[in-house]
Design a protein around this ligand. Sequence first.
Ligand SMILES: *Cc1c(COP(=O)(O)O)cnc(C)c1O
Length: 238
Amino acid sequence: MSEITHNLQTIKAQIEQFNAQTPQQTQLLAVSKTKPLSAVIEAYAAGQRLFGENYVQEAVEKIQQLNNQSQYDTRYDEIEWHFIGPIQSNKTKLIAEHFDWVQSVDRLKVAQRLNDQRPDASAKLNVCLQINISEEDNKSGANKTQMFELAKLVSQLPNLTLRGIMCIPQKTADQTLQKRQLQQMQQLFLSLKAQYPNVDTLSMGMTNDMQLAIENGSTMVRIGTAIFGERATKRATR
Ligand SMILES: *Cc1c(COP(=O)(O)O)cnc(C)c1O
């Protein structure tokens, strides 16, 4: 058995175990950024269907290669591609054309462009608002008060479906602080869900805080390292 297959089975078993103890069901998004297409294909063969990417150019190359391949080999059309990286507004067209979900919408301008550039033939683009829950200056994401205003505007855009919120909590050894961020996200999620019928996704939890995130209501964890191994280097370009 390959390492990726083995890792996936381990993570899925853990998630199932947590799911048995929490009211919500948590889905697994496999974060394949910086990893080759062969890694995506391996994970697909092991049953994985949701994939997350951070860098537009890299992601579009993988998606196009896979589309070409699927004409004569396995069909990969069950894959759901999630964009989870920072969004420059000059990249929104490529994102709108190639992804099923965008989890990192943090401002109206980006939402508007994704809406306008979504191809007519495509289904509505699923959107999560990225929340800067730790309110760090250098981190993208809407703050808590901006969230409700942004949600209202996004929910009115015809080619987008507002599905929920996403965060990357501040890394900290302070467990109280860490937990407080996750609890605040859950509160925000529940109040949004009460207002918007399509909201069903609280995207939080990565390799290092998966369990804590699920215990605090996460419905989707985004796991890279624990599935595909360490990433070689932090890429300078996106
Ligand atoms: C890279 C990344 C992940 C995955 O992180 P791991 O620690 O490797 O599991 C999840 N979410 C976002 C937004 C990322 O950029």
